[in-house]
Design a binder for this molecule. Structure first.
Ligand SMILES: NC(=O)CC[C@H](N)C(=O)O
Length: 303
């Protein structure tokens, strides 16, 4: 596994010249596009890593998986009155559909959906961002995981589009709490800095029927795990979810920090990271690394 992961890393480096680092959040524009890391956590807890796998990066939309998981734990199926369950076919920060569909976002993994989910957590917890940070630390078994204040402030300064979505949903009665409080909480969670190994370990519950090994407990039920994986498979890569499903075929979630976490149910989690993104906001080199990973994990008998 170790030698294979290093070979994937070496081959995925060929994609490093393509794509562009996210610049709409200025703090992210400073990332080095040459970085590339990959880490695997198997369900027995063994870790494998290659390249820049220990470097913390901004998890951004990968936080939407943790936000959703916590909201489902608290609110259960009632959450789906606020947010839908289908791919949007639009970019992650599109406003057009939200107006047409009367403030109910298509799914929890586009920005509007994650903002509604965050609103549910603001109703449930006194300090939801600190709670999510604590959960991330315990899931990853790493007490040093921090919220990057520079990224948080940068996103706060440039919040106009996300604020527009939040106000539109508030106008439709789909947001209970103060817009600024919800946005600030959402940005804090997106600004968590974690490495590929942190994320591979933290998300392993999705491969292990909800069992969080680093926490030493069952985090969610097998049924909920299956449902979260289903939403990742259909909506985790925004409007490129179909392409990614065809090429990789694993439930996955990406973020504009350049990270992508993918789940091999029953077996392992894998996280790849490289900051340069394609037009959909998905990391070019990380996608390619995952494509090689999925293709070679169980080599097919026929090409
Ligand atoms: N796709 C992403 O990673 C987007 C998350 C980012 N925090 C935003 O709201 O724009």
């Amino acid at each position: 596994m170790q030698a294979w992961l290093e070979s994937i890393h070496a081959r995925a480096r060929s994609r490093l010249g393509s794509g562009r680092v996210a610049s709409y959040i200025p703090a992210l524009a400073e990332q080095d596009p040459e970085r590339l890391g990959i880490a695997v956590c198997t369900n027995d807890g063994t870790l494998y890593a290659a390249g820049d796998a220990e470097t913390p990066f901004s998890i951004q939309s990968i936080a939407k998986v943790l936000l959703l998981t916590l909201a489902l734990r608290v609110h259960g199926e009632a959450l789906w009155q606020r947010v839908g369950l289908n791919p949007s076919g639009m970019s992650f920060n599109s406003l057009a559909q939200l107006e047409a569909e009367r403030g109910k976002p298509r799914n929890p993994f586009i920005n509007a959906g994650a903002i509604v989910v965050t609103d549910r957590l603001v109703s449930a917890f006194a300090t939801p961002d600190k709670h999510l940070q604590d959960v991330a630390r315990r899931l990853a078994g790493n007490a040093r995981i921090l919220i990057d204040d520079e990224v948080l402030d940068s996103e706060w300064q440039h919040r106009s589009r996300n604020a527009a979505m939040a106000y539109l949903m508030k106008a439709f009665g789909n947001l209970d709490n103060d817009v600024d409080e919800v946005l600030r909480t959402y940005f804090s969670c997106c600004a968590l800095a974690m490495s590929c190994t942190d994320l591979a370990v933290a998300m392993n519950f999705l491969a292990a029927d909800g069992e969080a090994r680093a926490m030493g407990e069952r985090f969610v039920s097998p049924g909920l795990t299956r449902r979260i994986n289903a939403i990742m498979a259909t909506c985790g890569m925004y409007d490129a979810a179909g392409d990614f499903a065809y090429r990789v075929g694993l439930p996955a979630k990406s973020g504009v920090g350049g990270g992508i976490v993918a789940v091999v149910p029953g077996r392992m989690t894998v996280c790849a990271w490289s900051p340069a993104l394609d037009d959909n906001g998905n990391s070019v080199a990380a996608q390619y690394a995952l494509e090689l990973f999925a293709e070679e994990l169980d080599p097919p008998a026929h090409g």
